[in-house]
Design a protein around this ligand. Sequence first.
Ligand SMILES: [Zn+2]
Length: 288
Amino acid sequence: MLKKILKLAAVCLVILAAAAAVYWQLNGDRLRAEYAAFKKTGAPVLMYHAVGPEVGIDWPKTLIMPEALFESHLKYLKDSGYTIVSVEQLAARLEQGESVDKYIALSFDDGYKNNHSVVLPLLQKYDAKASFFVINKDIGDAIHMNEAEIKDMIAHGMELGSHTTSHAPLAKIDEKYLAWELATSRYYLKKNFDGYIVRTLAYPNGNYNDTVISEAQRYGFYRALTGKVGVNTAASYKNAPMEMYRVTVADDGSGVQGLADRIEKAYLWGFLQTKGIDLNIIRNIFVW
Ligand SMILES: [Zn+2]
């Protein structure tokens, strides 16, 4: 039975691929032009974590970006003509209907100390801005930024965002803790950082659902970053500001080409979304 189903699925895939090839043959030029036009209307948000030497976290090494590779990313973006902004700056452009052609936003999750010691000087060198998402309970411990470092980031025009109070996966915890994770985080960030208004949230592990969205909005967040791949257009931002797209950046051994490929993937997935095809849904089924 299973064999039969697999066989049928394989046949369907071959037919689909053949149909796509024929379609591309007939419409390739038009699609290429459409894709090029689409790329001018959407902006990727890149997701980084730690940058620099080992920070004592037990994760896949690929998520810790070597400093030299990170600098080569900034250089590549600049040389490719990108304006590098924070998520808040990108959102303002999308809201005001300003062009986001060749705009890209950088985001850093978890608030590692090296975001201040390594990332900030490089951002200044390349005239770039970025958003930093801190976890309240980790502020000031051995590997995360302390309050003085976060204040210095803000003073340099960087955006401070919330990555919740404890980094709990919001759709998986009891709803009664959402106020603690969201409202408390936002309240204390405002209180501890001279009235700085935190407007952007990054969902821990990209985990959220409709309840999380409505609670986050109720507690004053304007927008939120998911782990869904795509680019942010005026339309996508207007329709779903609490589900902004972003693409993970990793040190996967492919150097700066790896970054270029991930950016292209974000544009391509975004373009397919305008055609009603959301590869994020398929990715979630197969955990790809
Ligand atoms: Zn995180």
